[in-house]
Design a protein around this ligand. Sequence first.
Ligand code: WTA
Length: 645
Amino acid sequence: MSETTQVDGRSFAPPEALAAQANVGPDVYDEAARDRLAFWESAARRLTWDREWDEVLDWSNPPFAKWFVGGRLNVAYNCVDRHVEAGHGEQVAYHWEGEPGDTRTITYAQLKDEVCKAANALTELGVNAGDRVAIYLPMIPEAIIAMLACARIGAVHMVVFGGFSADALASRLDDAGAVLVITADGGYRRGAPSALKPAVDDAVGRSPGVRNVLVVKRTEQDVEWTEGRDLWWDDVVGKQSAEHTCEFFDAEHPLYIMYTSGTTAKPKGILHTSGGYLTQVAFTHWATFDLKPDTDVFWTAADVGWVTGHSYIVYGPLANRATSVMYEGTPETPHRGRWFELIQKYGVTILYTAPTVIRTFMKWGEDIPAGFDLSSLRLLGSVGEPINPEAWSWYHQHVGGGRCPIVDTWWQTETGGHMINPLPGVTSLVPGSAQVPFPGISAKVVDDEGNELADDSTGLLVITEPWPSMLRTIWGDDDRYVDTYWSRFGHMYFAGDGAKKDADGNIWLLGRVDDVMNVSGHRISTTEVESSLVGHPAVAEAAVVGATDPTTGQGIVAFVILRESGTDSGDELVQTLRTHVARDIGPIAKPRQIMVVQELPKTRSGKIMRRLLRDIAENRELGDVTTLTDSSVMNMIKEKLPAAP
Ligand code: WTA
């Protein structure tokens, strides 16, 4: 947990013009407080239902919630068809830009046709409602089309970020019991085609349940082909009819599984369902970003493979009939001004991104954004980790021209949608704090026993009432769902984040309190990296910590003990181990630093004292070492270390 909160006394009132026309005004908080369920019910009415619910919330079997009980809807119909039926077929849904500069403009009418064709194709391949479909694609429109096609026929999608390894993909295919994988030959990354199909071939080889692999042609790379199993997207989807009558599903019908790191080595399959999820992502997208469907150009610069992409590239924006930008590549390709060029080119009005990206831009310098016309921007958003006040100010001034409010949004894969954040037309912004619970959300800061804390004391963040887009369970593991989130405090949801609340009611998030690291906004478990390292024949023991990193928030630092003391512990081995982890889990899990040590600091009960390792990794004076079995261990480690970068 890091103390990143430096209140410097500044606050920024909402711009008058924005407040005067904001989608939600100050009354929204009172309205939600008066009757929380009626409030969410009116949010649900923004969607189109085939049948209304009989009951807003069934919490008779906590922590298993049912929202909008008895209601029926189709998520894809809400995201696409209804806008076309209302005469908005010609409106652009996505301005897509590939990394090499190729572009596609997709209107709502075109999106409807593509989704219907893909839905027909899935049915032809024998995919039924409730079946799991893995999507392992680059940031191309087919990723969205595939997600919506699944939703349309009631199949459960499971998007796996393209940066994950074959092993990570294989374990997810197996855990979810996927019957189909949708992938591409490759995607563009840092100016070059990067292959995806080989990882799929490797993973599917180990997953007997996968019947077919549907392959989108993106880079024209050569691919291995398994006859009878592999099919080209163009061949199967291209020939389908664009007519498809959608079925309506129960509000609690599963929509998707998204795997995220927990405190053990095995990722958790977070399950989201239909009605409550779409209600909250649509409403938060509309309120937090003050989205005006006729005039805004909205850009969530994240990957669809993460929950941010699911909720705020796909479901929220489409449910609100937004026009969005979608970009395939990295911010520095072919030059460091690429994002700003895109903002200028498409007239982006709302930009949503992560602090790690902002800090990277800070490093590159303010001259880069200054070289582009960013005057279309009117609102900025942040997600993924606390935004430090320096990054906040830089974002505010050099991207937002000093005129755009910044909404810092705290939420999680598990929460599905925004939970703690300011509202741009209402809240006076305090840089560095995510501020207040969203209307209809009840959050508290409590001590270890679950007692609410006095102002300014540091404790744990809990959510005290169920919310519409909450996870419903961990796929296939109800016990783990209960244990992980609900057993600590009984009927309160334990988020895993440290927090404090100040006298003005602002909540300051202080980072994870469990063994989960946050690297560039990605959650990676220390245990997962440790088990990968000990999986290498040279390693006997490993301890991994997240050390504060000026750009990525946290960097992964590993301490390893080798099997044989004679083993060469030089640079070459360290590089081999780093590559080993990257191959095992994915490049995002590659340790920033690996230190070979003789011993690890342990308590008398044998627990590794990560806190001390973190002190070392962050170049700090050592904290209390009295519970160590052997306090000389720390000196031995310190003497051996190269200076941290
Ligand atoms: C952290 C991403 C502070 C937090 C949507 C949480 C944040 C984890 C913020 C969830 C924020 C996310 N301020 N911390 N605005 N947003 N976090 O599941 O530790 O990838 O528990 O969801 O990121 O990460 P996840």
